[in-house]
Design a protein around this ligand. Structure first.
Ligand code: DAH
Length: 361
């Protein structure tokens, strides 16, 4: 017995050291088995209590129990520490740094042409216009014939049309040269009263500082029984004041020719060109801004409407040019160069949708 008694402190140190040095849960469990398991060292000592004399047992019982409890407690504490460390390591490896901005430097922006489309739709939306659309690849009927461009008429040549390859019947489709064909599509699919604007891409063989082979137009069409040229003028005058964000705009008609309207007129808006930028709403100059007119009776007939019953107006404007005028961009070509510096300078925040009540720009 004395052997055991003398060795107890050394045994305890050894066990506690092994516990402290166990670097993971399985190493710790090996120590537990070696000391407290069925065949463990301390368990073995406990078994010797039965063979001791009562006096010896009285002395050794509490000492061995104390030893066992101390070692068990040390194992529990070490286990808790190892588990916490393992959890922390896992959490650290799965860490997400929520303080990082989603993109360090946001450079994406809404293109000025898209912004101007939104602005135009917001203004005409308030006036009760719906938005209509049509295909970029058109046939001759919708792009020209139904719009009263007679076969061989020089106005067809004015458009510098891109033709597609002829099909098996020798028929060539075209990239639409204007948004006016959607007037035809709308009148053929809807019953009057009609009040639509038609935003879209259009194509012509042209390339310089103010012309690109693809550009954007917004068309307007109103058809009912009573709409006249006075409505046309006031509607567009109100539109221009709202678009250029001025109190009032002054406009004038200049007689013009379009095959699909009669009478036809170009509309100018009063502006001031004396400074660096053009100011709409004041000044001594006039700025040509759009084409318009009363829908030609032949066009109404071509879509099956009786010109003695129905009438209305149409207009078309170049959106790229409107954007240049409003936002002071001197050259059209960078619109389509996908230059990040340019878009971050001239672009708009995409989530600030324009509205008349909330502000256009
Ligand atoms: N389609 C014409 C063009 O591209 C623009 C235009 C003029 C449209 C007068 C119209 C209009 O609806 O009435 O040159």
């Amino acid at each position: 017995m004395t052997d055991v008694t003398e060795n107890l402190p050394a045994l305890k140190d050894e066990a506690l050291n092994a516990i402290a040095e166990a670097s993971d849960l399985s190493a710790l469990d090996a120590v537990r088995v070696a000391e407290l398991g069925k065949k463990g060292r301390i368990s073995g000592l406990m078994k010797t209590l039965g063979k001791m004399s009562p006096e010896e047992r009285q002395e050794m019982g509490p000492r061995l129990n104390g030893l066992r409890n101390e070692v068990a407690a040390a194992i529990d504490a070490r286990k808790a520490a190892l588990e916490t460390a393992a959890l922390n390591a896992k959490l650290e490896s799965e860490r997400v740094d929520l303080t990082l901005p989603p993109r360090p430097e946001p450079v994406g922006a809404l293109h000025p042409v898209m912004q101007v489309f939104e602005e135009i739709a917001a203004i005409f939306g308030e006036m009760g216009f719906a938005v209509a659309e049509g295909p970029d690849i058109e046939d001759d009927f919708h792009n020209f014939t139904a719009l009263n461009f007679p076969e061989g008429h020089p106005a067809r040549e004015d458009h510098d049309t891109f033709f597609m390859h002829p099909d098996e019947n020798g028929v060539r489709k075209v990239l639409r040269t204007h948004t006016s064909p959607v007037q035809i599509r709308t009148m053929m699919s809807e019953k009057p009263p009609i009040r639509v604007i038609i935003p879209g891409r259009v194509y012509r063989k042209d390339w310089d500082a103010t012309h690109t082979p693809m550009f954007h137009q917004v068309e307007g069409l109103v058809i009912d029984k009573t709409t006249h040229m006075g409505h046309l003028k006031q509607c567009l005058t109100d539109f221009l004041a709202a678009f250029f964000e001025v109190e009032t705009a002054e406009t004038r008609f200049r007689p013009h020719f379009f095959p699909f309207t009669e009478p036809s007129a170009e509309m100018d808006v009063r502006c001031d060109r004396s400074g660096d930028t053009i100011k709409v709403g004041e000044g001594d100059s006039w700025l040509e801004i759009l084409g318009s007119g009363m829908v030609h009776p032949n066009v109404l007939r071509n879509v099956g409407l009786d010109p003695d019953e129905y009438q209305g107006f149409a207009f078309g404007m170049g959106v790229d040019r409107l954007a240049m005028l409003k936002y002071g961009m001197p050259d059209l070509r960078p619109y389509f160069e996908a230059d990040v510096d340019w878009i971050s300078h001239y672009g708009f925040k995409p989530w600030l949708l324009p509205s008349l009540s909330g502000g256009l720009s």
